[in-house]
Design a protein around this ligand. Structure first.
Ligand code: TXA
Ligand code: MG
Length: 306
């Protein structure tokens, strides 16, 4: 059963979020499903709650554009757009700073982060009470449309806490612009039109491109899936274990979840992949991961790296 909280319960919501719990909350566009963006554990819960069978990056909500500059590299056009439109219904894609504390799972291993500063007063008051930003995709299960009322969210996502702030007044998702490069790339046409952006920001039309193709996660190491015997793990390899580890003689053994917990494995997945990508191992041998719930997303991503 869903738990509804009324809009004065901001402190209660902040306490839950600080304990890595998830809370659905209203934004001016659609309801978001929020969790601590600095916590792999909270972000893994978001993927589980939405029943996502693959890892898409999640946008991150901040109380102000200045706050976001702790985690991403601000570009000239990002500043211009932010000045004209934020807080408001635009998500800016920007490069992650090296020292950012954002969960790797949040950006699904990509080097850009989707930054959003919603204009909804309730959303802003939650965000300004927190010591961390919120990973917050739309609060719907995978394959469903976004929701604009707390009731719709409750019907779709079970056992969830929802801050009921009434109906979202826009009802269409934010426009997404990749501002991380030389050109601006609109990757989702949303509530704010390209024309409006060009006009208000005085941006040359030729600078704007359109693309819905997601960027590929770059990965160069060789991967061997379904490793069930220690004999195939070489001494210059890494073992990415799941459950009780094979006993091996190799460079690294990292364990996604010794207790076979798929939420824990998901929380560790991208940061462990990054660690191994940046190491000098020859190949990464991955132990079998059950192809159920979040295991499906992990297996799908691993197969895409072969
Ligand atoms: O209006 C909105 O943007 C709503 C409210 C809740 O803020 N949020 C929303 O989130 O629509 P979501 O997760 O349903 O859609 C965000 C889109 C996804 O398609 C995701 O792929 C893209 O943003 N996105 C997020 N981070 C990205 C990144 N680092 N690189 C590329 N695309 C990204
Ligand atoms: Mg969505």
């Amino acid at each position: 059963m869903a738990v509804f909280l009324s809009s004065e319960k901001i402190s209660e919501v902040a306490e839950l979020l600080a304990k890595d719990e998830l809370v659905a909350f209203p934004t001016e566009t659609v309801y978001g499903l929020g969790g601590n963006a600095y916590s792999d554990n909270a972000v893994a819960k978001i993927f589980a709650c939405k029943h996502r069978s693959e890892f898409n990056p999640l946008s991150v909500c901040y109380s102000s554009f200045e706050k976001a500059s702790a985690d991403v590299i601000i570009t000239k056009y990002a500043s211009i757009i932010a000045e004209k439109f934020l807080p408001g219904s635009i998500t800016l894609l920007l490069k992650r700073k090296k020292n950012s504390r954002l969960s790797m799972l949040c950006s699904a291993g990509l080097d850009t982060i989707g930054i959003r500063i919603p204009s909804n007063e309730i959303a802003l008051s939650i965000l300004s009470k927190l010591a961390f930003p919120l990973a917050a995709p739309s609060a719907n299960s995978s394959g469903q449309l976004s929701h604009t009322t707390a009731k719709e969210v409750a019907e779709d996502l079970k056992n969830i806490t929802i801050l009921d702030g009434g109906k979202c007044n826009i009802g269409i998702e934010s426009t997404i612009i990749d501002c991380s490069g030389e050109k601006l790339v609109i990757t989702r046409q949303g509530v704010i039109s390209t024309e409006e952006i060009i006009e208000k920001c005085g941006i040359n039309r030729e600078l704007i491109l359109f693309s819905e193709k997601p960027k590929k996660f770059s990965f160069t190491k060789k991967i061997l899936l379904n490793t069930q015997s220690s004999e195939i793990v070489g001494k210059n390899d890494a073992l990415l274990a799941f459950g009780p580890s094979l006993s091996v003689n190799c460079k690294y053994v990292l364990n996604l979840s010794p207790s076979k917990n798929l939420n824990e494995a998901t929380a560790n997945f991208f940061s462990m992949l990054k660690t191994l990508e940046n190491s000098d191992v020859e190949k990464i041998c991955v132990m079998p991961i059950p192809n159920i719930s979040l295991g499906q997303a992990i297996n799908k991503r691993l197969k895409s790296l072969l």
